[in-house]
Write a protein that binds this ligand. Sequence first.
Ligand code: PEP
Ligand code: MG
Length: 561
Amino acid sequence: MKGTVAVGGMALSQACLFLEGQADVSPHHVENTDAELQRLQTASALCAGELSALIESLRQNAVADQAEILDFQLLLLEDENYMGRIACIVQGEQVNCEYAVARHSQLYREELSALDNPYLNERAADISDIEQRLLRALSRRGKTALPSHPVIAVAQDLTPSQVVELGHGKLEGIILEKGGLSSHCVILARSMGIPCIIGAAGILAQVEQGQPVLLDAEAGEIVPSPDEEAVRRYRQYQEAKQRERQSLEQFRCGKTATADGRTMKVYANITSHLEVPGILEQGGEGVGLLRTEMLYMEQDAPPDEETQFSFYSAIVKGLAGRPLIIRTLDVGGDKSIPYLGIPPEENPFLGYRAIRYCLDHPEIFKPQLAAILRAAALGPVRLMLPMVAAAGEVVRAKEIVAAVRRELEDRGTAAGPVPVGIMVETPAAAVMADQLAGLVDFFSIGTNDLTQYLFAADRNNARVASLNSYFQPALLRMVERICRCAHEKGIEVGICGQAGEVEQLIPLWVGMGVDELSVSIPSIPRVRRRISRCDTAACRELAGRALACISEAEVRKEVEQ
Ligand code: PEP
Ligand code: MG
């Protein structure tokens, strides 16, 4: 079977099917309500035991944020408004627990969502989580279904807490019938390094509980009951992976420096506070790109200042003094947010997006800026503007930042110092980099977009992939120019696009004087190792030769030597 690779890797284990989405929650008459209430009591105790054990283990592993989410769920099990009312439905209407749990959870979710309190609005997701946990516990009738041996989880979809829970146990892989590449579940799997395939429609009907399965999230394949050849492929992969892990161990800590002692930084690209523990574990020195779009995409209305402030401050606290670069809303292109009402466009990647939209919509832009300025009072935060194409956009954005700062002062709300930088990801910004460098505090090169705009080659179109390549000399010349302009004006320059973690290109970035590479969390040690093997003078020479190349093929030859 085929699916979409969401997190690369391979796993071979027994399938553990999660069928809770199919629990029978229709109403059934029950004669003995005392026995039914006893079932509810047992299920609740089981959930409380699971949650307490999990919270304890998260605390021991210093993953306090995740523990707090589960703390709230633990409280729900003692909440009269939640468990008490479920018990009332069972007793009063003489119905089964499953029905009562599902009905009341739905009602409670609606009540919380309707309140004028962002914190409680967000807790609606926890109701779904605890509802599923209770339904699972009810179907288990007292037996723990949490696997004690390695498994590959197979499900329609998983909740964030299921991934956290399974991920700290024996979870080797995840196969989802649904799932989105930017879903919380996938983000967590990525930050935990768990291979994951999504979009495997029909897998639940094809695989049996306990059946051995090979999950090949390199090729996007799922092989139930793999033959000897497939198993051998997996063993080879495992051996190579193990050797790689051992050699990377020493690069999970310490400072980043080249062999000749030039210091650099390796930061992480993230979308959620749930990824912070992963950054610390892999030795990330900060966050070089917080993509904030997901916060907006997950909701039906723009997140208000308070919601954003708690989101950003959770990350600032988790990073414990490491820097955090927050990118303002990069809506548009392939990231559509329906409630913002941007009309359909013929060329959305060239359309009304990111900073262009935000400058026209202060009601959306200002709450985000206020939340960022407030989070900066808690730790080192920088603000980054996406898709800048003209100096005027930077000037106007900085004016709005200054206005928001004054408004916070008037309100008596604390705000911290916030350096303002830009993504250099349009050719216009790259060409004007010498001027723009005088207007901002840092540059971060968005090679994903810069490449597609430079070559007029859609980053999502496989047919133009050879043009849309980070090995193209035209892109390298542009990156070199951006670095030079930044340094001439005395500001730092990073790369937060995917080119930053391409092994063969790292020596070029070192040679061009890039100060920081912001990469996916599991890549942090590998990138630090590659930098540590670089000699700056040799990298400069290599960069010079690559810049003189006429074709992508020539560049590849240079860097692969
Ligand atoms: C980029 O364009 O390189 C980038 C990092 O931003 P995104 O991938 O979110 O467009
Ligand atoms: Mg971009």
